[in-house]
Design a binder for this molecule. Structure first.
Ligand code: ADE
Ligand code: ZN
Length: 360
């Protein structure tokens, strides 16, 4: 059912002497290589400093007295313990300018990380529930995307996520409110508390989104079981799975994901912060790559999880010495192949990636 990333690009990897790339050069190469980010919640890039700035600008009272006190509260035990503080942080976002400022701050960091393409999640229900017009959310983010392209050379697209702890009727009302602005976003996703909120709950709203020509992604297999990954594929028509790391509990599912080349947007620092894995050294990214899965590395909610995309790459490779220069190339290449960008853009970015590795 799902559309799968093409494998038709000219393959240049045989000309790259991966084995000649010294391990000591890997961190610099990981930072310098062009890459796409496919799993980034824009509200999760809201840094404490900007929370305090926007709170002051908008007259919002915060329960934390200082940036340091807020940052000190970022000690999570699971997904829900994070979501509670994440939704509270987003309460300072009220006006179109706030959404622009939020996204622009992310794009400046993304440019520094050599991200050339970003597909960015936003959670309209987090804001409309507080009385913020959906237009303010979409227009502010979209303006920042256009400016990122014009001034930073970053291709930036938006994906509207439904909050799975809310009802499907709420999601349907959100989709109806967003569809007049359809040209500002390329797809829909599903996020928030996974346990007890299976994909089936959202079958109708995803059918409607697909009928509107929108791409479909869904968080599944982060805290939820492998069955949620299957349902995201079969019931929602997901083209990519966000996280998906629990797929390794089901070998048949792993075989299917490999066969169908369904991308997984893996977020290593997030997984450790939310106790999905005890430590980066325990992460199953090497196993996912060994199984031939189209895995990518992403930052999820970098303001909360200790680092943006390059930090995810560098720390993960440092913690898992089994990951090689060839794996770095594969992960970056997967990020382009798994994106919803035009084929011509993918080919151009992959050529730039080849160049970076050929001259490493
Ligand atoms: N919303 C923001 N980050 C999330 C995550 N890691 N999982 C589910 N929902 C989220
Ligand atoms: Zn996420």
């Amino acid at each position: 059912m799902a559309a799968h990333p093409t494998t038709s690009f000219p393959v240049m990897t045989q000309h790259i002497a991966f084995d000649a790339i010294a391990r000591a050069r890997l961190p610099a190469l990981l930072r310098a290589m062009p890459k796409a980010e496919l799993h980034l919640h824009i509200e999760g890039s809201l840094e404490p400093e900007l929370i305090f700035k926007l709170a002051k600008r908008n007259g919002v009272t915060l329960v934390y007295p200082s940036v340091e006190a807020l940052r000190a509260a970022y000690a999570f035990t699971d997904l829900q313990s994070f979501l509670d503080i994440y939704y509270a942080g987003a309460s300072v976002l009220l006006h179109e300018q706030d959404f622009f400022d939020l996204a622009w701050a992310y794009f400046e960091r993304a440019a520094a990380d050599n991200i050339v393409h970003a597909e960015i999640f936003f959670d309209p229900q987090t804001h409309t529930a507080r009385g913020v017009p959906i237009e303010a959310v979409i227009q502010g983010l979209s303006h920042a995307c256009r400016r990122a392209h014009a001034e930073l050379g970053i291709s930036a697209k938006l994906i509207l996520c439904f909050l799975r702890h809310l009802s499907e009727d709420d999601a349907l009302a959100t989709l109806d409110a967003a569809l007049p602005h359809r040209h500002h976003f390329i797809g829909v996703g599903l996020d928030s508390g996974e346990r007890g909120n299976p994909p089936e709950k959202f079958a109708r709203v995803f059918a409607k989104a697909r009928a509107a020509g929108l791409h479909v992604v869904a968080h599944a297999g982060e805290e939820g079981p492998p069955e949620y990954i299957r349902a995201a594929l079969d019931v929602l028509g997901a083209e990519r799975i966000d996280h998906g790391v629990r797929c390794t509990e089901d070998p048949d599912l792993v075989a299917r994901l490999a066969r169908e080349r369904t991308p997984l947007t893996v977020c290593p620092l997030s997984n450790v912060k939310l106790c999905v894995f005890a430590a980066l050294a325990d992460h199953n990214l090497p196993a996912l790559l060994d199984a031939g899965l189209c895995a990518t590395v992403n930052s999820d909610d970098p303001a909360y999880f200790g680092g943006y995309l390059n930090q995810n790459f560098v720390e993960t490779f440092a913690a898992l010495p089994r990951l090689t220069a060839r794996d770095a190339y594969t992960l970056a290449r997967n990020s382009f192949e798994a994106s919803f960008a035009p084929e011509s853009d993918k080919a151009r970015w992959i050529a730039a990636l080849d160049h970076a590795f050929a001259h490493a």
